[in-house]
Design a protein around this ligand. Structure first.
Ligand code: ATP
Ligand code: LTN
Length: 331
């Protein structure tokens, strides 16, 4: 039996080169060998109460972008989280096995509640429990995510251990995070000491997968770099330059050393222009396949219907065993 891989992205903002390099690039690499389940986590995204029409459109758009990036719908199970009702059911149960204290330590909650003080709802607080349900339902081995999700993986493991221990059995497999060695935290092009973010739609900080070529070029040209003029990898003293080296290496599949060697004797300007060129070569086919897919909504909807059916079959088994052991009377 091949290992099970689960991951997901919230349909907020837009997919960008940070989400691609940190997460989706690994999704693609894992798809040939493993049983992969990749979802759009719409239930997570309603913590910010999105516009309903935009949410629907974004869910389809994200799936089209997954496929355009090379996530093959024939090899993987692609689905929308809310189409598989077991996620919400298991999340409620797992809430009863999660401490307020451990949720209080989550840095993402602290950051998000600080950013959005007018809507600190309780779902934002219990968000990691729903994520734990997403993962534990499928007896998952590996979860390919970026660095910022490591803490959520740790709490998932703690919840799973607690449930298993309390009920003296292996109801949930204990999942491992799968975080890339290079590119686990792509930085903002404008503030190279903070993470490039999906919801940063106002500035030139984030390069979206669907940005037009000339926008991509403009964003890289105005990327903030560092003092000095030598192109070297040094995240402490040259965070801007190092971020560009990482991005360049990730999309051309070269090591950081090779990239530095390639730019020996050149200036920061060369690095920015060439990174933009490589990026546009990388994004061109993605953009055109995306447009084709969005013209074939029937195909996208059928893919999601098949995906949800496959996912439900697996999720149902775990949830049935869980309900039994906690003492729910069978319906
Ligand atoms: P938002 O800004 O909407 O909260 P986000 O930009 O943090 O979102 P997520 O939806 O939380 O993006 O992330 C999706 C996946 O991509 C996660 O696995 C996350 O770790 C990874 N990821 C997101 N941004 C980056 C980044 N800048 N570098 C590397 N990985 C990233
Ligand atoms: N919390 C994650 C998204 C997410 C996820 C998951 C990732 C929700 N459920 C299950 C991996 C596995 C984030 O990126 N903000």
């Amino acid at each position: 039996m091949s290992k099970v891989i689960v991951s997901g992205i919230q349909p907020t903002g837009g997919l960008n080169i940070g989400t691609y390099i940190g997460a989706m690039k690994n999704w693609k690499q894992l798809q040939d060998e493993y049983d992969c389940m990749y979802m759009v986590v719409d239930m997570h995204s309603i913590t910010v109460r999105p516009d309903p029409a935009e949410l629907r459109e974004r869910c389809l758009s994200f799936v089209a972008q997954y496929i355009a990036c090379g996530i093959d719908p024939k090899k993987n199970t692609l689905f929308i989280q809310s189409h598989v009702r077991e996620h919400a059911e298991l999340a409620w149960i797992l809430n009863c096995y999660t401490g307020m204290g451990e949720l209080n330590r989550m840095t993402q909650f602290k950051e998000k509640s600080q950013k959005n003080q007018s809507n600190i709802n309780s779902a934002l607080f219990t968000y990691p429990v729903l994520m734990a349900a997403d993962i534990l339902l499928y007896q998952t081995d590996l979860v390919p995510v970026g660095q910022d999700q490591k803490q959520h993986l740790e709490i998932t493991r703690d919840i799973a251990h607690r449930f298993n221990n309390h009920h003296n059995g292996e109801y949930f497999k204990i999942p491992e995070p799968f975080i890339p060695k290079i590119g686990a935290k792509i930085m903002s092009l404008q503030e190279p000491c903070s993470k490039m973010s999906k919801s940063d739609t106002t500035s030139k900080a984030t390069v979206y997968l669907l940005d037009e070529a000339k926008t991509v070029t403009k964003k890289f040209k105005s990327a903030v770099t560092d003092s000095g003029d030598e192109i070297t990898f040094d995240e402490i003293n040259k965070p801007g330059v190092s971020n560009l080296i990482t991005i360049y290496g990730a999309i051309t599949n070269q090591s950081q050393e090779d990239v530095v060697k390639h730019f020996e004797g050149k200036r920061y300007g060369h690095l920015k222009v060439e990174t933009a060129e490589r990026m546009n070569e990388f994004l061109d086919p993605i953009r055109s396949q995306y447009n084709e897919l969005m013209d074939d909504k029937t195909f996208l909807l059928q893919t999601l219907k098949d995906g949800a059916e496959r996912a439900s079959e697996k999720a149902e088994k775990t949830l049935k065993a869980v309900k039994e052991v906690i003492g729910f009377l069978p319906a």
